[in-house]
Design a protein around this ligand. Structure first.
Ligand code: ADP
Ligand code: ZN
Length: 731
């Protein structure tokens, strides 16, 4: 039951505006419930409000303004309010901004469409005319379900007066109901696949945990193609059976359509979808249905975690290691970590699924904080692909060529057998660098310290940081030489060109986020790959994760070292995950067609390459964990990054000096402060970028110290200061 506040008392109301917390208002006639969405006067305008609790502020009673009205939406329940509070505390986001994020849906302040329906009662009318008989028969045929009067008039061929008469005599009652279109019913009793013994065992474990109705976390680790999805769908069916809501988070919206179809097959109807491509009308409907409890299953991107579910029983985070679960603008949160928090507040079960878990989750499982469930083999006859390195030091490759002869040979063989190949290179565009042959001048972005990337398909040069784009100039702006441009290094467009020359008869499809003109178009391309209308797929990381292409047997990673070069804490982990995932696309169907994955590398002896090839992932994680433990870095220590940016270098430098001088709050918790240092890309969109890195032990009150530290400075209005707790990138 919700706490109610009596009319005439004062309550504190949260508004989605930067006013520094809650504001007090007077409860109107009829009272309000805690968690109720309302409309309140704010300055000269009206604003959305959320009744947060008892009034607190020292505002004179005479100056209090009353709440204007209650909105037509279910109250935000306690677990959701606690979630907003805790995410705010963790990420150092003011509660007002949390509310803004949670309520960013259209038309929240408008009333919902309602209609009048008629429902039959037990009472038989005294005068049973043929018209009245037809009406009652229609209701009988519909199993006693209520109907709109227009509908029944049409079906029974009667006039309004007949219906009015039946209402008057008490044989029908009229009711006002929401006419939001209902989500189709997902039937948990429909049978799924016949599970393998390992799958069945894992599924049983998950089902038991869902049935327990309390918070617990499972790391579901299964090799690529192990049938993890079928296993966690069993947990989904258990939660649905118990009448609780389920949220499945996926890292990539391109994966949703494939997933939706699988859920559709399993439960007989499509679940609701939530991501950036969803239309405003549907967002509004889903947001409200989450609060009403009328939507059973939502499949979505990370932001779906902030839907106001009223009865959440299960969360699944699929591909839990994926970097796209971290939001790096606005509220800097990691959806996987916050999903665990949300589950704990909702007494829900949570499943983190991956073939290549994050070291964080792996370590949490090792320490017994998460329960681990393993699926060590692929389903059916499919085997994991054979993994091999190709030593680029020994490979003789022509100028401007990137596909080694060993890989070329393998692709030819696959083509001959009518099997698909995937060439993977995590670099968009044609070439990462364009230089002038006569003077060596490199084309750069005018607003960022970044090179421009040539995109030959669209005939543009683009900055991948700010989106600036321009035509390739005819002459060099530095030396004036005519058309002396030389492309340096490969991007996937260049790779596609090379593949077209090597395999002139092959049907080639190139996929990267650049070609994702529309989601529909992208899905169409994925579908044609699945149907076998493509021989060679050339793609960036968007093709590496989650997809199921039954005819694909060969994977070639063009530059397996690409991710290793950085100084990033997670460079080894990311390379390991990316290469294992992309290789895992091969040979998923089985039937005697074992997949092969080739990794072209300059460092075949590098421990990461060795770990990938040997497939000994436990060893890899154990070594990686030991190294990080010694260094005291995540997940054994904590990081925070402070990002400062602004147009005037001197202003930022002044602020930075002050921040270093007054770092006592950080010293008090034993945290180390590194920096300030210019960011890896020191200027973006004309703004200078500086970074501080803070390293602390796991159990210290880092957020509190950061708050105290920040509160000492007046931040000039032209400088933006962002705190990123548990950063995934230091860019
Ligand atoms: P993962 O998510 O572990 O990579 P999936 O759940 O996508 O694996 O399963 C891989 C493929 O195997 C899918 O096409 C799926 O439909 C199929 N599959 C999974 N479990 C079974 C099963 N028990 N029987 C038959 N096919 C299955
Ligand atoms: Zn730029």
């Amino acid at each position: 039951m919700c706490e109610r506040f009596e009319s005439g008392t004062r309550v504190s109301v949260l508004v989605p505006r930067d006013v520094g917390g809650c504001l007090d208002y007077l409860v109107p006639e009829g009272g309000v419930r805690i968690g109720q969405l309302v409309e309140v006067p704010l300055g000269p305008s009206r604003e959305l409000g959320l009744v947060w609790g008892r009034g607190t502020h020292e505002v004179e009673a005479a100056k209090l303004r009353p709440i204007l009205k209650e909105l037509d939406a279910a109250p935000i329940n306690r677990p959701m309010r606690d979630f907003m509070q805790k995410v705010g505390d963790y990420t150092l986001t003011p509660l007002n901004m949390m509310m803004r994020m949670v309520t960013r849906v259209p038309k929240l302040r408008e009333s919902r469409p309602r209609g009048i329906v008629l429902r039959p009662t037990e009472k038989i009318p005294d005068k049973l005319t043929p018209a009245r008989q037809r009406v009652l028969q229609q209701f009988k045929d519909a199993g006693g379900m209520p109907m709109m009067s227009a509908e029944i008039k049409e079906l029974a061929q009667v006039s309004s007066s007949v219906l009015n008469g039946l209402v008057k005599s008490g044989s029908l009652v009229s009711e006002s109901i929401l006419i939001d279109e209902r989500y189709p019913f997902l039937d948990p009793e429909r049978p799924g696949f016949q599970l393998s013994a390992a799958q069945a065992h894992a599924a049983q474990e998950l089902r038991n945990r869902v049935r327990n109705n309390c918070f617990s976390t499972v790391l579901l680790k299964g090799v690529t193609g192990a049938g993890k999805t079928e296993v966690y769908l069993e947990a989904v069916s258990e939660a649905l059976r118990a009448g609780r809501q389920v949220l499945v988070l996926l890292p990539e919206i391109a994966l949703t359509s494939q997933f939706m179809r699988r859920v559709g097959d399993r439960f007989g109807a499509l679940p609701a979808e939530w991501h950036s491509e969803i239309k405003p009308k549907e967002r509004m409907r889903l947001w409200r249905a989450a609060g009403d409890g009328t939507v059973q299953l939502v499949v979505g991107a990370r932001s779906a975690l902030f839907l106001p579910f009223c009865n959440l029983g299960l969360i699944v985070v699929d591909e839990e290691h994926d970097t796209s679960f971290k939001q790096d603008d606005g509220v800097h949160y990691h959806a996987r970590d916050m999903a665990v928090l949300r589950a704990s507040l909702s007494a829900a079960h949570i499943v983190l699924a991956s073939a290549t878990p994050s070291l964080e989750s792996w370590e949490n499982a090792r320490r017994g904080k998460y329960h681990r469930v393993d699926l060590p083999d692929r389903v059916g006859t499919a085997e994991l692909p054979e993994m091999m390195t190709i030593d680029l030091r020994a490979a003789e490759m022509g100028h401007g060529c990137w596909i080694s002869s060993a890989l070329t040979h393998a692709v030819r063989e696959a083509l001959a057998k009518e099997q698909q190949s995937l060439l993977f290179l995590n670099r968009r565009g044609y070439a990462p660098l364009t230089v002038c042959r006569s003077c060596g001048f490199q084309l750069g972005c005018p607003d960022c310290d970044a090179r421009l990337v040539e995109h030959r398909f669209s005939q543009r040069l683009m900055c991948h940081l700010c989106g600036y784009s321009t035509r390739l100039p005819d002459t060099c702006p530095n030396c004036g030489a005519d058309d002396q441009w030389s492309a340096v290094g490969p991007g996937i467009e260049r790779l596609a060109q090379e593949a077209q020359q090597l395999f002139p008869n092959a049907r080639i499809e190139t996929l990267s986020s650049d070609y994702r003109v529309s989601m529909t178009d992208f899905r169409r391309r994925l579908e044609s790959i699945r149907k076998g209308e493509i021989d060679i797929i050339i793609g960036t990381q968007i093709i590496a994760k989650g997809h199921n292409f039954p005819r694909l047997t060969l994977v070639g990673a063009i530059d397996a070292d690409l991710g290793l070069h950085g100084t990033d804490l997670r460079a080894a982990e990311r390379t390991f995950q990316m290469m294992t995932q992309v290789a895992g696309r091969a040979g998923r169907r089985g039937q005697g067609q074992r997949g092969v994955a080739f990794l072209q590398t300059w460092q075949p002896d590098h421990p990461v390459m060795q770990a990938i090839v040997s497939g000994d992932d436990e060893q890899f994680w154990a070594v990686e964990a030991a190294e990080r433990q010694v260094a005291g870095v995540p997940p054994f220590g904590r990081f925070a990054v402070i990002k400062l940016s602004g147009p005037v270098l001197a202003d930022i430098e002044r602020l930075c000096r002050m921040m270093v001088r007054q770092a006592q709050p950080l010293q008090q918790i034993g945290a180390q402060l590194f920096g300030p240092a210019p960011a890896q890309v020191a200027r973006v969109r004309g703004r200078h970028q500086f970074r501080f890195l803070i390293k602390a032990e796991r159990r210290v009150p880092l957020q509190l110290a950061l708050m105290q530290w920040r509160s000492q400075f007046q931040i000039p209005t032209n400088i933006r200061l962002v705190i990123d707790i548990d950063p995934q990138s230091f860019m």
